[in-house]
Write a protein that binds this ligand. Structure first.
Ligand code: GTP
Length: 371
């Protein structure tokens, strides 16, 4: 499919702070590679060969990592001086594109058939078509109401339970015609969802199509953890998921895992990681490359990112330890808490209830405890 793509990767990822303090959200690791690599894989699978990355926050890391080609997907970069919002960013990055193009958020996992989306868009002669996805709990999202012919009738933001008559939400992938950009005023932040799409609804030129396939938007620690789970459990099929094999366990050949450690699948242990005696890792755990887990510790349904050092007899559940962070002996981290990259947490701390320790923070021993 010779349709180019504009991928939005410029957001600050505030809900994932402090993990995004020095890494833009699309570059956060997801099992063995940056999250953005899964978007590239999806686009390539549907024949897209050219993409422009619309960067803003921390743009150089993305370019330095991927360069101008991601396994056959040619990449160009465009960086805003000031955040332009989703609409402004698409307008800025899509200058010069002639004909239909995809615009998509770079922070989701998706499996939908993009070819079918384009076919529908062309059949209807749409100016813009939104990929929609059904969700189990519609109260948490903005909903999209369709007419029988597939045109968007209206958007329903934060509906009350009695108003809900659809379970479809915007999955963050659009097929757009360049005319749509006429609705994007220059030189200020513009939201495509809140400003541009409502104008297209008035014009009756906006369509939506619900397609089957996996979808997960990664925005919060909870959804980021769910993304790890779905890759490890192969609910979202990926090459790394395949590598876990029939026993759902991958240990990089360069990792050192004590014969006395217990790996509970699904589990992934990255290159050069060290797992000492008496440790239990898993289920649903990822130990990043070069990370170190000290004797007697437990890491369950949690992620220890690259080069982090977990002391002895620690317990990490449903939480993240950011890269290069250090946890002193006997530390407990649980309840969707996040230890920022480079933070140093002294021995005996107890971190719970979604607490977030800032990047590079220093927490003295036994300073924090939950009730
Ligand atoms: P939060 O701050 O946690 O809401 O995360 P976010 O900044 O990533 O915002 P959100 O998840 O709503 O953004 C959806 C997509 O649009 C993501 O892929 C962002 O990278 C991208 N995005 C959001 N705002 C901008 C912007 O001003 N410029 C560009 N280029 N991309 C943006």
């Amino acid at each position: 499919m010779q349709i180019p793509a504009v991928i939005l990767v410029g957001g600050e990822g505030t809900r994932l702070r402090p993990l995004t303090a020095r890494t833009p959200k699309p570059m956060l690791p997801l099992v063995d590679r940056p999250l953005l690599a899964f978007t590239f894989e999806h686009l390539r699978r549907h024949g897209v060969v050219r993409a422009t990355l619309s960067c803003g926050y921390l743009p150089t890391q993305i370019r330095e990592h991927f360069g101008d080609d991601a396994d056959g997907l040619a990449l160009e970069y465009c960086a805003e001086d000031e955040p332009l919002g989703t609409g402004g960013a698409i307008g800025f990055a899509a200058r010069g594109i002639i004909g239909s193009f995809f615009a998509l958020n770079g922070d989701s996992l998706r499996g939908a058939d993009l070819g079918r989306l384009v076919e529908f868009h062309r059949d209807r002669g749409a100016k813009a078509t939104i990929l929609l996805t059904p969700v189990a709990d519609p109260t948490r999202y903005g909903l999209v109401r369709l007419r029988p012919d597939g045109r968007v009738a209206s958007f329903l933001e934060k509906p009350r339970p009695e108003e809900i008559d659809t379970d479809l939400i915007n999955a963050g992938v659009y097929v757009l015609e360049p005319e749509v950009l006429e609705h994007v005023p220059p030189a200020r932040a513009v939201s495509i969802e809140r400003e541009v799409f409502p104008r297209l609804v008035e014009e009756e030129s906006l369509y939506g199509l619900a397609l089957p396939g996996y979808w997960l938007d990664i925005g919060t620690p909870e959804s980021y953890l769910a993304a790890h789970r779905d890759i490890l459990e192969r609910n979202f099929p990926t090459e790394v998921g395949e590598r876990l094999g029939r026993d759902y366990t991958y240990v990089d050949p360069s990792a050192e895992v004590s014969a006395d450690a217990h790996l509970v699948p699904p589990v992934y242990v990255g290159a050069g990681a060290v797992i000492e005696a008496g440790v239990r890792v898993g289920s649903l755990a990822v130990i990043g490359s070069g990370a170190h887990v000290g004797a007697g510790s437990v890491v369950e349904h949690a992620v220890v990112q690259a080069r982090a050092r977990v002391g002895r007899d620690c317990s990490i559940t449903r939480s993240f330890v950011g890269e290069d962070a250090e946890l002193g002996d006997g530390t407990i981290v649980r309840g969707l808490s996040v230890i920022g990259p480079g933070a140093r947490v002294g021995a005996g701390n107890r971190i719970d209830g979604g607490l977030r320790i800032a990047a590079d923070a220093v927490v003295p021993p036994e300073a924090l405890s939950f009730p």
